[in-house]
Design a protein around this ligand. Structure first.
Ligand SMILES: [Zn+2]
Length: 321
C-alpha cells in the first residue's frame, strides 16, 4: 500500500452521530469510520454541521448548535483518536500525538440567521470553515440549486466574509450560485476553497465549477476538493477513474497546487464503484501513481494543498472574537 496521507475537506458524518445506535468506531454505520480513516491514512478530516433539510422544530442556529454538540461528543468519546483543529499549530500537535485532526465546519450560512454575533458565537465554539450556502438562498447569498440565483452576495454576506477573513476562517464557495461566487472572489482577499465540487467541463451539473471559476480559485491560492458523489462525477457509471479524471482535469487546467479531496462522505446516498469510505483513498492514489504523477504532485493533491491553505488561513488569533 502507498504511504500518502490525506486531508479530506468535507464529510457530513456528524449529522448521523446524533442517532444513538450509530457508531463511528467501526466500518458499517457511516461512510467515515475511525477504522476507515486509519486504514486510508486520513490525517485531517473536516466535519461539517450541515444546515441541510429545513428543520421545522429547530431554527437554523439551533440545528447548528445541536450538530456542534454531536461533534464535541465524538471528539470527547474518541479522544484517543481525534484532535480538534482550531489553529495552524494544532495540525502539527495532532500529528505529533498520532491522532486524526478534526476541523469543525458549518455547511449553510443560514446558521448565522443574519447576525454577525452568531458568527462570533460559532467561531468561539471552534468552527473554522463556513460553506456560505447549502442548496437554498440565505441571508449571505444565493445558492446554485435554488430558483432565483441572480442576486449574488448580500451586504450581510460581504460583512461575513470580511469578518471571516479577519478571524482566520476558511471561506467555502461550494453550493454558491455563479453570481455569488464571483462576488466572493472580489470581496475576499485571502484564498477561498470549494470544499466539495467538481469540474463542469466533465460533468455539467449546477453544483460543479466551470473553467473560469476553477482558474479564479486556484489563482487566488485556493483549493478545490474533489466530490465523490456519482452525479457530480459522471453522467455514466462512476468509479475511481471518474474521481481521477476530475483531478486530472483541474490539475491540467489550473495546476496541481489547486486540487485536493472533499469526499462528501455521509452526505450522499451512493458512492462510486470501488469506494466505500476513507479506507479506499489508497486505491485512488494508486491510480494516480499509475498515471506517472510525481510523488511531489501526489503529496500536494492528497495533503499539501489543503495543508498550505490551512497554515495560511487558520491564524489562531485567540478565543476572543
Ligand atoms: Zn454539500
Amino acid at each position: 500500500m502507498n504511504k500518502f496521507c490525506i486531508i479530506d475537506a468535507h464529510c457530513d458524518t456528524i449529522a448521523k452521530l446524533s442517532d444513538q445506535n450509530v457508531s463511528i468506531n467501526k466500518y458499517g454505520d457511516t461512510h467515515v469510520s475511525i477504522e476507515g480513516l486509519k486504514e486510508g491514512c486520513v490525517d485531517i478530516q473536516f466535519f461539517a454541521a450541515c444546515i441541510c433539510a429545513r428543520d421545522i422544530n429547530d431554527s437554523p442556529l439551533q440545528t447548528a448548535l445541536n450538530l456542534i454538540e454531536a461533534f464535541e461528543n465524538m471528539v470527547k468519546k474518541y479522544g484517543d483518536c481525534f484532535y480538534p483543529i482550531t489553529k495552524a499549530s494544532d495540525i502539527h500537535a495532532s500529528k505529533r500525538a498520532g491522532k486524526i485532526g478534526a476541523l469543525l465546519a458549518i455547511e449553510g450560512g443560514d446558521a448565522l440567521e443574519g447576525k454577525i454575533s452568531n458568527l462570533h458565537l460559532v467561531y468561539n465554539m471552534g468552527v473554522r470553515l463556513i460553506t456560505l450556502t447549502w442548496n437554498y438562498n440565505n441571508e449571505i447569498g444565493s445558492a446554485a440549486m435554488d430558483t432565483a440565483t441572480e442576486w449574488g452576495l448580500t451586504a450581510f454576506g460581504a460583512e461575513v466574509i470580511k469578518e471571516m477573513n479577519r478571524l482566520g476562517m476558511i471561506i467555502d464557495v461550494s453550493h454558491l450560485s455563479e453570481k455569488a461566487f464571483w462576488d466572493v472572489v472580489e470581496v475576499s482577499s485571502p484564498p477561498i476553497i470549494a470544499s466539495h465540487s467538481n469540474a463542469k467541463a466533465l460533468c455539467n451539473h449546477p453544483r460543479n465549477l466551470d473553467d473560469s471559476q476553477i482558474k479564479a480559485i486556484v489563482e487566488k491560492g485556493g483549493v478545490i476538493g474533489i466530490n465523490f458523489y456519482p452525479p457530480f462525477l459522471s453522467w455514466h457509471k462512476a468509479d475511481i477513474h471518474s474521481i481521477v479524471n476530475h483531478i486530472e482535469y483541474i490539475a491540467g487546467l489550473a495546476g496541481v497546487d489547486g486540487v485536493g479531496f472533499g469526499s462528501d462522505f455521509d452526505g450522499v446516498d451512493r458512492l462510486p464503484e470501488g469506494v466505500n469510505g476513507p479506507q479506499n483513498f489508497p486505491d485512488i492514489i494508486d491510480e494516480l501513481l499509475r498515471l506517472n504523477y510525481t510523488e511531489e504532485s501526489v503529496y500536494k493533491i492528497c495533503y499539501g494543498n489543503f495543508f498550505r491553505l490551512m497554515e495560511r488561513i487558520l491564524k489562531g488569533i485567540g478565543e476572543e472574537a
